[in-house]
Every structure is written in C-alpha cells, then in structure tokens.
Design a protein around this ligand. Structure first.
Ligand SMILES: Cc1cc2nc3c(=O)[nH]c(=O)nc-3n(C[C@H](O)[C@H](O)[C@H](O)COP(=O)(O)OP(=O)(O)OC[C@H]3O[C@@H](n4cnc5c(N)ncnc54)[C@H](O)[C@@H]3O)c2cc1C
Length: 510
C-alpha cells in the first residue's frame, strides 16, 4: 500500500522473492502528467503550481518542499536502478554535488568544519522529479511483475483473528466513494502509506491491538520556493550551492537551507547557474509568512540574520511560496508488541516513524528499511510467518538511529507537547509552557540520557567546528553511512569532555 519512495523501493527489492507485486496507491501516479511529461514540463509544474494537489498528487503534501536524499539512500537507489543516475544527470540537468566543496552547514550554532576527511555525494534534485523518475524506472525494469492499482485507497484489513494473520486488504476507488470495497489477498502486505497511515486504527479494530506510540509536537513550520540564486558578494556564500543553518531551540527557533535542483544556462555572470529550492523554517510555532516575498524577507532579516538575508535578498523567486505546518515526530514502537504483532504485515518508512525533516532522514530511512526487508527474504532461512516480527526488530533499530539524531533537540522547544500511548491504550499528554490552561498540564520529563545527549550535542558541535574528523563523523551519521555511536568513540568523548571542562573552567575564572 502506497507507491511513493518507500513503496517503490520496497517493490523493487521484493521482485526477487515474489512473482507478483500489487501496489495500491490512492493518487493517479501513472497518469500521463507524471509518466509522459518531459523533464522541462516537470520543472514547469514544480515552479508554476502552488502544490502537488493541483496535479492530483495530494497523497504526499510535502512533495514541493526541500528534500535532500542522503548518500546512503542515493547508494540504495543506484543499486536498485542502475540507469537512474545517468538519466537524471543527462536528461534532467541534475548535477551531483559534494559535501566537501559545495556545502556550508551550521549545526546548533556552529559552522561545521569544511576540510572533511571523506566526501559525500549529494544529488541536486527536487523530490517531485526524483519520485517521478524513480517510478518510471520501476515500471521500466519490473513492469511485468508489478501491477499498479491507482486512484485506489486501502480502507480496511482482511484478517484471520484466530491465526493472528493479515490475509489481505479492502480498497476503494477514490472517485467512487459510495462504491463497495474490493478485496485483495496477498502473502505479505506492507504499509507504505506514509505519515497518515491508518494502520494503528485498523489493528485496533481488527485485533484490539494497541500500538505504543510517541508523538512530539514542536511547532515546525516551513516556507519553500524555487529560486535562482545570484551572487551576494560574499565568496563564502557564493561558492556554496548548499547552504544550511539548523535551528537551535530555545535560543534560536528559526533556520534556513538551500539546495540546487537543476543547472540552467544563463549569460548572467552574477547568476550561480542553478535553480535551487530555498527554505526557511521554524520551531515553536514561530511561523514564517508566505503571503508575499517582501514580508518573508522582512521576517528573515529580523529572525535569521545577515547571512541568510543576503542569500534570500539576492535570489530571484521562480515559484509560489509554499507553506507546511503539519510535521511532527511520530514513532510507532511496533517492536514492543513481539509476537502479538500479526503475521505477514509490516509498516515501513513514514508509516512506522516520521521525524523532524531538518536532518533529511525520512527518505533514506524508508530506503534502508526496504533494503532490510529484502535482506530478511534473501537470508532464506526464515518462515514467512516470522518475517514481520524479525523485520519489526531490525527496522526499529534503523528508526532509532534516525530518531536520535532528529528528535533530541526537539525536546528543547519551549512549547513542546508530547502525546504518549502505552500498550494498554493509556494516553498521556505532556505540555510545556501552557500556563494559561485552566488545569495544569503534565510537564514533559526529559530522561537523564536525553539531557546528556542534548548537552553532548552542543559540545560535540563546537568541537566539530574545529575538527575535520569530527565534522566528517557527523556527516557519516547524517548521511546514514554510520550509526550515531561513532560520535561517542572514546577519543571523541575525551575531546568533548575536555572542551566542555575548559570552557566551564574559563567561565568560572571570569
Ligand atoms: C516538510 C518536509 C520536508 C522533508 N524533507 C525531507 C528531506 O529533505 N529528506 C528526506 O529524506 N525526507 C524528508 N522528509 C520526509 C519524507 O517526505 C518522507 O520521509 C518520505 O516521503 C517517506 O516516504 P514514504 O514512502 O514512507 O511515505 P510518503 O512519501 O508519504 O508516501 C505515501 C504514499 O502512500 C499513498 N497513500 C496514502 N494513504 C493511502 C491509502 N490509504 N491507500 C493507498 N495509498 C495511500 C500516498 O498517496 C503516497 O503516495 C520531509 C518531510 C516533510 C514533511
């Protein structure tokens, strides 16, 4: 279920193990608009329209926002679709960039060191084009094995309660809401329907199974547009196609980023020669305006400082300003349910876990989970009935890594709200900073571990700003090449503790 990034990559991995794969997708993703448009027409849709809904692509409302595919995700796509990269480079005017030479990244208030000891490639492409090109490639390579049911919305599970198995799903055609649902049976069913998955509701209805969840609401807001960047006069900015500054709540609740999506031919020597996605973002509900570019620039000047202002001031806007205000961290602890979890059914990608998009983890997380599922089938020693349990354990370890990186600092948001549901269905809501409420809210409790992680992240970022090796390690984790544990190697721990100690010591002397 779901034919976007997670669904496409999973289907490609599983073609080796299943004769026939059916993808149920609620949008009309095989329409001529997507499948027959030229690269320029796709770019035109991206620039001209205010959102993907105008193209009938409402299922991925974040589609028009800045998306970076981390290099581990990139590697997975190359493995599955060997022709894809060349096509993107040759037909779509996409270019590959280098973190070492093309990137300037401020994390937690510190500029990462740029003399990296290792390089990481980054494909300069927008999400809309990437997803469309991936789907074309899937159809081209595996068209005989994969059947698409588009405009079809999964609405219910077909289960055998006594055997604890999911045997199929019921789906309904999207434009005939009154029509009766159609039954579809399968040996193994994967929910790739993204952040708004109905699985939690379906599992409760069908098995009275409650999935433990945690939702972190931290007031994220995005305003994104496509623009042509021109020189600012500051070589440290003009030489970088990728510029980003993360927020650092509670001191700084705003951030920005820009990444290139296409090369363009221009005679203007002040142009950087690319179209880019530009984004301003906030936490703590301090939303940037999107009613006019003048107002956005005023907001940037006040909240984001001179560097960001000069990048945006010297950019020519080439699309509407699109806003997004719905992102939360949302984790389903499927692994905690053990064998209570039904057989032959898994959640994958955003359906299992969504993150603060600031560290660009989601697409690569979905690709890695799909690869892990492929690996479990490849191991060829597991019974089909055990695969969902094995996958839940291994996939949640992948989610945990991305969760640590993406959410640790979200807990510092002044208006943080946490909604926790435990295995028994008890819901607890914690809210910080809501003094106006008539009844006092429960206050979010940060574990000692979490407080340590926040403290460590701050001092690590300071050390990384001075150390090529630590900055490289940080990029290894962000690009999902390595687990976050490499940021706590004994030598790194010593460096971080020593730096913190010297800073505290110097402060106490003043
Ligand atoms: C503002 C924003 C910025 C982001 N930036 C980045 C970034 O820079 N890098 C990154 O890696 N990630 C980013 N992400 C996260 C990324 O968008 C997701 O992690 C990624 O799309 C997950 O892919 P998915 O296939 O699991 O789900 P989705 O992409 O959400 O796809 C779900 C699919 O299921 C379909 N569907 C939904 N319901 C049904 C149903 N009932 N029946 C049938 N089909 C259904 C939808 O139409 C859609 O095609 C960002 C997210 C947001 C919100």
């Amino acid at each position: 279920m779901g034919g976007s990034i997670g669904g496409i990559v999973t289907a490609a991995y599983l073609t080796k193990y299943f004769k026939r794969i059916t993808i149920i997708e609620s949008d009309d993703v095989l329409s001529d608009t997507f499948m027959k448009s030229t690269p320029n027409q796709l770019l035109d849709y991206r620039c001209r329209l205010g959102g993907p809904t105008s193209l009938g692509r409402s299922g991925v409302s974040q589609m028009y926002h800045l998306h970076v595919l981390e290099s581990e995700g990139h590697k997975i796509l190359q493995e599955l679709f060997p022709q894809l990269k060349d096509k993107l480079l040759n037909e779509y005017d996409v270019r590959e960039y280098s973190f070492k030479t093309d990137c300037r990244f401020m994390v937690n208030g510190f500029l990462l060191n740029q003399d990296l000891t290792e390089d990481f490639p980054l494909l300069g492409i927008d999400r809309f084009t990437l997803e469309t090109a991936m789907r074309k490639e899937l159809c081209l390579q595996y068209g005989n094995q994969i059947e698409w049911k588009c405009n079809s919305r999964a609405v219910q599970l077909i289960v055998d309660q006594s055997l604890n198995i999911i045997k199929g799903i019921k789906y309904r055609q999207k434009h005939h809401v009154d029509s009766s649902s159609i039954d579809l049976y399968g040996d193994f069913i994967i929910d790739c329907t993204g952040r708004n998955t109905s699985s939690v509701k379906w599992l409760k209805e069908s098995f009275n199974l409650i999935v433990p969840t945690m939702q972190i609401h931290f007031g994220l807001g995005y305003v994104t547009f496509i623009g042509e960047r021109f020189k600012t006069g500051d070589p440290s900015l003009d030489s970088k196609q990728i510029v980003a500054c993360s927020f650092n709540s509670p001191d700084n609740n705003t951030g920005f980023a820009t990444t290139p999506i296409r090369e363009i031919k221009t005679m203007d020597e002040n142009s950087l020669g690319t179209l880019s996605t530009l984004l301003v973002q906030c936490v703590n509900y301090e939303y940037p305006p999107n009613d006019s570019y003048e107002n956005l620039l005023e907001w940037i000047k006040e909240k984001l400082g001179p560097e960001c202002y000069s990048v945006f001031k010297s950019t020519k806007v080439c699309s509407p300003l699109v806003s997004y205000r719905r992102a939360i961290d949302d984790r389903k602890y499927v692994e905690q349910l053990g064998k209570k979890w039904p057989q032959n059914y898994v959640l994958l990608g955003d359906a299992m876990c969504t993150f603060n998009p600031g560290y660009a983890q989601g697409m690569t997380h979905a690709c890695r989970q799909a690869r892990e599922l492929g690996k479990i089938f490849q191991e060829n020693c597991h019974k089909l009935k055990d695969i969902s349990h094995i996958f839940n354990r291994r996939a949640s370890a992948i989610s945990e890594e991305c969760w640590l990186l993406s959410t640790t600092n979200d807990w510092k948001t002044p208006t943080l709200k946490i909604v926790e549901t435990d295995k028994n269905g008890e819901i607890k809501i914690y809210q910080r900073g809501d003094d106006s409420a008539p009844t006092k809210s429960l206050q979010p409790q940060e574990s000692l571990m979490l407080q340590f992680m926040q403290w460590y992240t701050h001092w690590f970022s300071l050390c990384a700003s001075k150390s090529p090796q630590l900055s490289t390690d940080f990029y290894r984790v962000m690009t999902q090449h390595s687990s976050p544990s490499i940021l706590m190697k004994p030598t790194t721990l010593l460096t971080v503790f020593y730096t913190a100690f010297i800073n505290y010591f110097n402060l106490s002397k003043k």
